[in-house]
Design a protein. Structure first.
Length: 276
């Protein structure tokens, strides 16, 4: 299964999760999953709704007879709450250190995924061309992001104070040989700052990424450019930001405005009373 995941270019994090779920599945029955039958699968139905099991049996073991026992669940597609620019400013201003403040600024100022931000190197920041290079992003693809002057000035102050050598955000756990922070550190920075500034929304690195993309759209950036900046494969994924943009919603011409309605009669009864 590990070879199959690597062949399909799954990320290291996804690979770890898939293997962990299969390990739990095997431990539940105390034997190798390829020795289990349909009756065993039915008893484990709650877990079989995970995409992992379908991948393991159909893609790795090529046992297509299990396909009917492993349906994909229909999960509701909910739009995330979006942070306003005022809320983003509150989040960044609530940071407890220069390290955390700079991390949150880069997160919002680039729209990076948290794993990409955690591995960002100083060499990837091109102040001459005002570009930040994302190297080996999701899907093992590189892309370039714009570097704002505000962000560059903050990065220079940060570098003079902390003097990181390789990674922009090095882990404090490895003093001898510099290592990047874990992506969990990015998550913690968001949640701690959100709690400190009193934001009631569930703030995560991905929500900050959503906010950056939505604010770009509201500022007039076209969807194709936003797609490239976010590193989306499909434009349809990027198009959901149309639903999140308040400005785009407000520009929709609602047809009810064109109806010739009679004036509101304040004396009209609240409810219709049927005749007896």
């Amino acid at each position: 299964m590990l070879e199959e995941l690597e062949r399909r270019n799954y990320s290291a994090g996804t690979t770890r999760n898939y293997l962990r779920f299969v390990e739990r599945f095997a431990q539940h029955f105390g034997k190798s999953p390829d020795k289990l039958g349909p009756d065993d699968l039915r008893s484990y139905q709650a877990y079989l709704f995970k995409e992992l099991k379908r991948f393991f049996y159909v893609r790795t073991l090529h046992r297509h007879e299990f396909r009917e026992f492993l349906p994909y669940p229909k999960s509701p597609r909910k739009l995330p709450n979006i942070l306003s620019q005022e809320e983003v400013a509150r989040l960044i201003n609530a940071s407890s250190s220069l390290f955390q403040r700079t991390l949150l600024m880069v997160l919002y100022g680039t729209g990076m995924r948290r794993s990409e931000l955690a591995r960002l190197k100083i060499a990837h920041i091109d102040s001459q061309r005002m570009i930040i290079h994302v190297v080996d992003g999701k899907g093992h693809k590189d892309r370039d992001l714009p570097l704002s002057l505000t962000l560059l000035e903050n990065l220079r102050v940060y570098w003079r104070r902390l003097k990181p050598r390789t990674y922009l955000f090095p882990s404090r756990l490895h003093r001898d040989h510099e290592q990047p922070i874990s992506d969990k550190t990015v998550w913690v920075a968001c949640t701690e700052a959100a709690k400190k500034c009193g934001l009631r929304k569930a703030v995560s690195p991905h929500l900050v990424r959503h906010a950056w993309a939505t604010h770009l759209l509201e500022a007039g950036t076209d969807l194709r450019t936003i797609q490239l900046l976010l590193g989306h494969e499909d434009l349809e994924v990027t198009a959901r930001y149309l639903h999140l943009s308040a400005q785009h919603l407000q520009k929709v011409a609602n047809p009810i405005e064109e109806l010739k309605l009679s004036s509101l009669d304040q004396t009209r009864p609240l409810y219709h009373r049927p005749r007896s």
